[in-house]
Design a protein around this ligand. Structure first.
Ligand code: ADP
Ligand code: MG
Length: 633
């Protein structure tokens, strides 16, 4: 136990949460080549803490004590091999210290860790997006001491936290006159180069220039110095979004993103705007390069950092963007909201609604611009976030026209699983008289691609969008049209392939010719099929299942059933291909039992090809075997 002060009491040694131990270990190895970022992370935390104090002091000015000038200080001692980053921000109580510096509170952390592969370069990326800020200190430090006191608590309730990052940490009560936090790094022997004036100043300028509070440094002072030389701000100390766009460098935008998003990686794109007039606000929206590990956790924090007249108000203000844009990070700074605004108040504020609607358009415009300017980068974005965007047409019908061009799909044009075709690409290739955009949904790309429903489309050279995300049927249900063309499920209704379909008199005659077979099948399958008809869809397969125009698709049924909801009862339409030898064989079958067996097998096969589950798989196998045995005798 490290005794740090003669007043130290109630010292205890605690173990890190298991996830912290694993992360620490992985991080020290995987971020080693980029270890200078520890300073950025510590200054970022100091800035967050200072922001929080400034906010709380609006309602409780006494929190500022006799020390109202908020600043961050960086000091070092080359002889001792130490660096210190301190702030006079909100500070931490003993409970805060144990909770914040001993555990990782984000839900899903354990799952995240199990997803790490042990492949260091891959894991470094994953860890980067997880954002393990404070712990990055251990990349360069063999021991870290934290001295802190929460604003508003008495001097005796200071806390000293100390750890060598090997699995345990010590906590002790100390007396601490200064409010806020000091993080003291005892550098590893191979990291002592960082305890250097020039090095630290250039790192601060490189990574932390955008921090809105002054980051102060003074030269090393000998112990016997009469008077300490005045500290000076190393950074610009101006909130980045308040500066004119033309004066902010791309690198500054990138570093600012890492600070606010707690991300170690560069953003893909950003959009910085100042709105003046009836409403005044500034927004800086970022598109992250990678989806966070908890993108699918509905409880995961999301939203923008909210400032009112440059004063930080709250993190994760989720009222400023819709759910399907939850991956956008950034800042909104409004001059029209009150400093006392709360989450509850934000929910029913006309100003917030107006900003939300403007930011939604801005974000969508930013994405559309990326799609236009840089298809490859956009594809990277789509691969990470496309499934979230697909929630858009349902959540935000008003912006459908902005969302639809963002969608990317796999189609029969490439027959590749990569979803990289836009609706505009599709329209460019559509046939002259084609008046619908065709799609098929299935459980997997393979099932979609080889569905018998595509046969006639392939034969006629009509492109079909291949959908296999669980959300796709939902998406298509809400996306009724694009550029005036209806989106049509190829399984649905009677096929009318516009001018492509030559419904010749021959076909009509055929239909009549096959009526006896159709009737016989209808009788035989009356429990299973809504109706039986001669197909327009098939050229190779014997039979398929089609849906009525308004029947619910299989995907939706399964989603509803899984969520315990009532699924409407409806039977599929059974379509047969009279050209197929099996169907011809069926037509010629005199034996009623064998006819029924064959009819059921055909129906079951059509179900399987449609990705459905058989109601009675055992019976299917028995029937099929009966037929196979007959063949071999
Ligand atoms: P993040 O910044 O993404 O929350 P970090 O690992 O950087 O994650 O920090 C963990 C937590 O520790 C912070 O959320 C904060 O609660 C606390 N913390 C870290 N540094 C400070 C500080 N200088 N002052 C007050 N709290 C701090
Ligand atoms: Mg941090």
């Amino acid at each position: 136990m490290t005794e740090t002060s003669s007043q130290a009491t109630a010292g205890e040694t605690l173990g890190f949460q298991a996830e912290v131990k694993q992360l620490l270990h992985l991080m020290i190895h995987s971020l080693y080549s980029n270890r200078e970022i520890f300073l950025r992370e510590l200054i970022s935390n100091a800035s967050d803490a200072t922001d929080k104090l400034r906010f709380q002091a609006i309602a409780a000015p006494e929190l500022l004590e006799s020390n109202p000038d908020l600043a961050i200080r960086v000091a070092f001692d080359p002889e001792a091999g130490t660096i210190s980053v301190s702030d006079n921000g909100i500070g931490m109580s003993r409970e805060d210290v144990i909770a914040q510096l001993g555990t990782i509170a984000r839900s899903g952390t354990a799952e995240f860790i199990t997803s790490l592969t042990g492949d260091e370069s891959r894991d470094a990326n994953l860890i980067g997006q997880f954002g393990v800020g404070f712990y990055s200190a251990f990349i360069v430090a063999k021991r870290v001491d934290v001295f802190t006191r929460r604003a508003g608590l008495p001097v005796e309730q200071g806390v000293h936290w100390s750890s060598d990052g090997e699995g345990e940490f010590q906590v002790a009560d100390i007396e601490r006159a200064d409010r806020g936090t000091q993080v003291l790094l005892h550098l590893r022997d191979d990291a002592r180069e960082f305890a250097d004036d020039f090095r630290l100043r250039s790192l601060i300028r490189k990574y932390s220039d955008h921090i809105a509070f002054p980051v102060l440094m003074a030269p090393v002072v000998p112990d016997d110095a009469e008077e300490a030389p005045a500290e000076e701000a190393v950074n610009t100390a101006q909130a980045l979004w308040t500066r004119p766009r033309t004066e902010v460098q791309d690198d500054e935008y990138r570093e600012f993103y890492k600070h606010i998003a707690h991300d170690f990686e560069d953003p893909l794109l950003w959009s910085h705007n100042k709105v003046e007039g009836k409403r005044e606000y500034t927004s800086l929206l970022y598109l992250p390069g990678r989806a966070p590990f908890d993108l699918w956790n509905r409880e995961a924090p999301r939203g923008l950092k909210l400032y009112v007249q440059r004063v930080f108000i709250m993190d994760n203000a989720d009222q400023f963007l819709p759910l399907y844009l939850r991956f956008i990070r950034g800042v909104v700074d409004s001059s029209d909201l009150s400093l006392n605004v709360s989450r509850e108040l934000l929910q029913q504020d006309a100003t917030v609604d107006a900003i939300r609607s403007a930011l939604t358009k801005r974000a969508l415009d930013m994405l559309n611009k990326l799609a236009k300017d840089d298809a490859e980068k956009y594809q990277g974005f789509w691969n990470e976030f496309g499934r979230v965007i697909k929630e858009g047409p349902a959540e935000d019908p008003e912006n459908q026209a902005r969302i639809a061009p963002l969608l990317r799909f796999a189609t029969t044009h490439t027959d590749q699983e990569t979803a990289d075709q836009s609706l505009a690409d599709y329209l460019e290739r559509k046939q002259a008289e084609q008046d619908k955009i065709y799609y098929i949904t299935a459980d997997s790309f393979g099932a979609a691609k080889s569905s018998p429903h595509l046969e006639v489309f392939r034969a006629k050279g009509i492109e079909v969008i291949l959908l296999s995300d669980p959300i796709d049927e939902w998406l298509m249900g809400h996306l009724a049209e694009y550029e005036g063309l209806a989106l049509h499920d190829v399984r649905r209704g009677e096929l009318d392939l516009g001018g492509e379909q030559d419904k010749s008199e021959d076909d009509q005659a055929d239909a009549g010719e096959h009526q006896p077979l159709v009737d016989r099948l209808g009788e035989c399958l009356k429990e299973r099929a809504a109706t039986v008809r001669v197909t327009d869809r098939l050229t190779e397969s014997a039979a398929c299942l089609a849906l009525g125009e308004h029947d619910m698709g299989e995907q939706m049924r399964r989603i509803l059933a899984a969520s315990g909801q009532q699924v409407p009862d409806s039977k599929p339409i059974f379509e047969i291909n009279p050209e197929h030898p099996l169907v011809q064989r069926l037509a010629a079958e005199a034996d009623d039992q064998r006819f029924a067996d064959l009819a059921d097998v055909l129906f079951d096969q059509a179900s399987l090809a449609d990705g459905r589950q058989l109601q009675d798989p055992g019976q299917f196998v028995q029937r099929l075997n009966r037929l196979l045995l007959e063949l071999s005798t």
